[in-house]
Design a protein around this ligand. Structure first.
Ligand code: NAI
Ligand code: MG
Length: 369
């Protein structure tokens, strides 16, 4: 019987509301499967600041480093706009990312057939889409030095950012991409700009080399990142896993996300290096959206991004692919029945609350059993 430990960090705003719905899914698996989840709840963001003046306590941070996966809601809100910079709500998430060394950010773009007409692209282009963007998260131009604005003394200034990648950084992110591809459709497309960037030349070389050394069962393509952007909009179903650097990944993952519709639908994962002894990666799963203070407390929050993030934990941290498929199928079936939270609703749809959507998904899980 597999047992997995989870740290739940609901955070602020709708974070707490959507976390309740994930807990229903976790409880369902505890009662109806041969997996058990050992869950602890902690505090992050404004919720943590209000308790003890830090965006995450040392105890919760230590717990995050210990568990198999962290399930994170969202942080922030106008209530904490004036708190000191280093204890602002976002600092909790940044500390988690830093101390857990989460260098791989996974953003899937899945288009559920029932929502294919909500995309800005033609339904046939997106229907059934299931791709995964693997973005390098801790290196590249957002962090490289020098990073400065200098005064040139002639009335001109110069802004400088530096794109830096070392071999090990490219190697570890490409390994993540190849390993993930093996659990999916076994294809990786690496994107860079080797035609104009030295870091792109190195990226291409290291991905190719990593592929040769232990991953040549996975299909590998290379594409220039600008052409990749065009292809994502033209025919996204040609891709399975896309691996790219921090900057291109930031843009391409936002483009891919919007192929499929609402912010309330988008899950994500951030992974660290495998433990040398157990081989397990540190991991944090969270919806892409924030704490949505404008709808907090109204029951309008869509819990699907949060529940789909838990499905990613099942797939990528626990290798429970069957259970992950099942959660995604339950989401799909709920949408097929026409249930919509307010963010997804069009005229004539049945609008349900956060809790009703969560309960409907659990009912579908039971029906699939
Ligand atoms: P947001 O993602 O919270 O909201 C943007 C819009 O989308 C809002 O109109 C909101 O109501 C809607 N929305 C978001 N998630 C939804 C859901 N699950 N169901 C239905 N509608 C949903 O972004 P915003 O408004 O820019 O930021 C609000 C707060 O969240 C800020 O304090 C920001 O710093 C924080 N934030 C936190 C993130 C995190 O915890 N990882 C990520 C992004 C923002
Ligand atoms: Mg972005």
């Amino acid at each position: 019987m597999a047992s997995h430990s989870l740290l739940l960090l609901p955070g602020d705003g709708i974070g707490a509301e959507i976390m309740k719905e994930v807990e229903k899914v976790v409880d369902w698996f505890n009662e109806n499967s041969d997996m058990t989840f050992d869950t602890t709840e902690g505090h992050v963001g404004g919720a943590a600041y209000d308790r003890h003046g830090q965006a995450i306590s040392d105890e919760d941070m230590a717990k995050a480093l210990e568990v198999d996966a962290v399930i994170f809601g969202a942080v922030g809100g106008p209530k904490w706009d004036k708190v000191p910079y280093d204890v602002r709500p976002e600092a909790g998430l940044l500390r988690l990312r830093k101390e857990m060394e989460l260098f791989a950010n996974l953003r899937p773009a899945i288009c559920y057939p029932a929502l294919a007409d909500a995309s800005s692209l033609k339904p046939e282009v997106v229907e059934g889409l299931d791709i995964l963007i693997v973005r390098e998260l801790t290196g590249g131009v957002y962090f490289g030095e020098p990073k400065e604005i200098t005064d040139l003394g002639n009335g001109q200034k110069r802004g400088v950012d530096t794109q830096v990648y070392d071999t090990y950084e490219i190697e570890r992110i490409s390994k993540v991409a190849f390993e993930l591809a093996r659990t999916r459709n076994n294809k990786v497309t690496s994107m860079e700009k080797r035609n104009v960037m030295k870091s792109g030349v190195l990226w291409n070389e290291v991905v190719t080399e990593t592929h040769k050394n232990g991953f040549d069962d996975v299909e590998l393509d290379h594409m220039l990142a600008d052409a990749g952007g065009m292809q994502l909009v033209r025919w996204p179903k040609q891709f399975d896993v896309i691996v790219t650097d921090n900057l291109f990944g930031d843009m391409l993952s936002d483009v891919a996300a919007m192929l499929t519709g609402s912010l309330g639908m988008l899950p994500s994962a951030s992974l660290g290096a495998p433990d040398p002894v157990t081989g397990k990666r540190k991991a944090l799963y969270e919806p892409v959206h924030g704490s949505a203070p404008d709808i907090a407390g109204t029951g309008a929050a869509n819990p699907i991004a949060m529940i789909a993030s838990f499905a990613m934990a099942l797939r990528y941290s626990f290798e429970e692919v069957g259970a992950a498929d099942k959660v995604e199928k339950a989401i799909e079936a709920t949408l097929e029945k026409g249930l919509r939270t307010k963010d997804l609703a069009k005229d004539g749809d049945t609008v349900v609350t956060t809790a009703e959507m969560g309960e409907a998904i659990v009912a579908e899980l039971a029906a699939l059993n």
